[in-house]
Write a protein that binds this ligand. Structure first.
Ligand SMILES: [Cu+2]
Length: 142
């Protein structure tokens, strides 16, 4: 009788361990697959900022340090492409807690962020060249 009891307890524990494992694997799959789904669905808006002559330009744009508009709560992927020989640049929106790594000439970096839920305007800068490389990022109501 004691032996059967022990077996029952053991299989009970085993069942619980299995359940925890299944839950953990399931959660891991969710965590791993969610960003993939988001990426394949292309839900994030791509904004490429090209740096040259100590200024930001939108890809194909001619206006230095343009005002960038995003929608409230929108998921945005910012890519900084450095076309400025001899200078390292980054992209930072301090109010959003956003700061990319520094980018060497002819290199790029990307960062995925969610725009604030509340509309408003904040400055964006290149941290070491904030006097010259400075523009406004506008969050507009969705
Ligand atoms: Cu810079």
């Amino acid at each position: 009788m004691a032996g059967i009891d022990r077996i029952r307890r053991w299989s009970g524990t085993r069942g619980a361990v299995t359940a925890v494992l299944v839950a953990a694997v399931g959660l891991l799959c969710l965590v791993l697959l969610l960003p993939l789904t988001a990426r394949t669905q292309g839900s994030a808006r791509q904004i490429t900022l090209v740096t040259r002559n100590m200024a930001f330009y939108l890809e194909g744009g001619t206006e230095p340090n343009p005002t960038i508009q995003v929608r409230a709560g929108e998921e945005v992927r910012f890519t900084v492409l450095n076309r400025d020989p001899g200078f390292q640049h980054n992209f930072s929106v301090e109010a959003w807690g956003l700061e990319t790594q520094f980018v060497e000439t002819e290199a790029s970096t990307s960062v995925l962020v969610r725009a604030p839920a509340r509309p408003g305007s904040q400055p964006y800068v290149c941290t070491p060249h904030g006097k010259m490389m400075r523009g406004i990022i506008e969050v507009v109501a969705d």
